[in-house]
Design a protein around this ligand. Structure first.
Ligand code: IPE
Ligand code: IPE
Ligand code: MG
Length: 235
């Protein structure tokens, strides 16, 4: 236990959805929705650290999101670039460890450099582990793992453990709770291997409106559940 009533480790994963609809409701360009989404992320990171969550992963850009209009993709990359530059030092001071999940190919070289830099700079931090999933797709992750296994020693079969060891962050605990905002009820290719026994929580709140109160609601809902993992549980 973390001392705050949560098991240690405790991994919360968030599908940060609804930025576009948030902006549309206000007659604003979609990119302003994404910018407001960064504010929501800042609130959520601070709240997660206070609440004793040890790992927070956030789905920021999927392998499918490249199919959006060029202007939106470029705008999102520029938001990632600026937010990272602005936040690295503060995250380091706040004892947050950054680890990125996703395919590294295809991202702008300077964004990639900032990702590597911030991972190195915060590698020794022992507080919240923040995992932005950028250019992430669950199927792609499994394929990348299989292909890297195939490049290794030739063998007839692969164990579950070996496959897990080849995922993007092999020592990341599986998500205990996956939250999706904006009312959509699907995983959209997020943590496809790791979500096998995750609890799912859906809220209509649009991502830019999310913060401490909404995270507390999700956790309090989680606490009422019984995870059975195929057993008969407490029955
Ligand atoms: C989530 O918000 C952010 C990303 C996918 C990058 P959306 O941009 O998907 O917002 P909606 O779903 O159009 O409202
Ligand atoms: C999932 O949201 C990806 C991220 C939040 C980064 P999408 O908005 O891309 O998902 P779909 O298209 O509604 O399934
Ligand atoms: Mg969406």
């Amino acid at each position: 236990m973390t001392g705050k009533g949560l098991p240690d480790p405790f991994h919360v994963a968030v599908i940060m959805d609804g930025n576009g609809r948030w902006a549309k409701k206000r007659f604003l360009p979609r990119l302003l929705g994404h910018r407001a989404g960064i504010k929501a992320l800042e609130r959520t990171v601070a709240a997660a650290a206070d609440m004793g969550i040890t790992h927070l992963s956030v789905y920021a850009f999927s392998t499918e999101n490249w199919t959006r209009p060029q202007k939106e993709v470029t705008g999102l990359m520029s938001i990632f670039r600026h937010s990272l530059r602005k936040k690295i030092e503060e995250l380091r001071r706040e004892n947050v460890r950054l680890r990125f999940a996703g395919a590294r190919e295809g991202l702008p070289p300077d964004v990639l450099e900032l990702m590597n830099e911030s991972e190195e700079l915060t590698a020794g931090n022992t507080g919240l582990t923040l995992v932005p999933c950028l250019n992430y797709g669950g199927r792609r992750e499994i394929l990348d793992a299989v292909n890297s296994l195939l490049r290794g020693k030739p063998k007839g079969s692969v164990t579950e453990r070996e496959l897990r060891d080849h995922l993007y962050i092999s020592d990341l605990p599986d998500p205990d709770l996956i939250i999706r905002t904006s009312g959509e009820k699907r995983l959209s290719n997020f943590w496809i291997w790791q979500s096998a026994y995750s609890e799912l929580y859906f809220t209509d709140t649009l991502w830019p409106d999310f913060g401490r109160k909404e995270l507390e609601e999700a956790l309090s809902n989680y606490k009422d559940r019984e995870r059975r993992y195929g057993t008969i549980g407490n029955n």
